[in-house]
Write a new protein. Structure first.
Length: 90
């Protein structure tokens, strides 16, 4: 950069990576590298009921691509006695 500044305002996965600042003059050279990482909250998964039985549901779980990929995605359901199903997110 001509003025020595680099500003990234709207970060996307295209900007992720290492950025090195290198300076040089009559007295020597120096450089430093910074790593830019993007963290995003994954979107809620799309659940599709593939089969309904008397006391069982079979689900298909799909989630949209996010960067970085989530390491753990899960949803828990519970049924209290004489109640309805309750969704519990982590």
């Amino acid at each position: 950069m001509p003025n020595g500044n680099l500003q990234i305002f709207t970060t996307t996965s295209a900007e992720v990576g290492n950025y090195t600042c290198h300076v040089e003059n009559l007295y020597g050279t120096d450089s430093i590298t910074y790593s830019l990482k993007l963290r995003s909250q994954p979107s809620l998964p799309h659940l599709l009921v593939t089969e309904k039985l008397h006391n069982q549901l079979n689900l298909q779980w799909e989630y949209r691509e996010v960067s970085p990929k989530p390491s753990d995605l899960y949803i828990k359901w519970r049924l209290k006695k004489d109640s309805s199903w309750t969704t519990i997110y982590p």
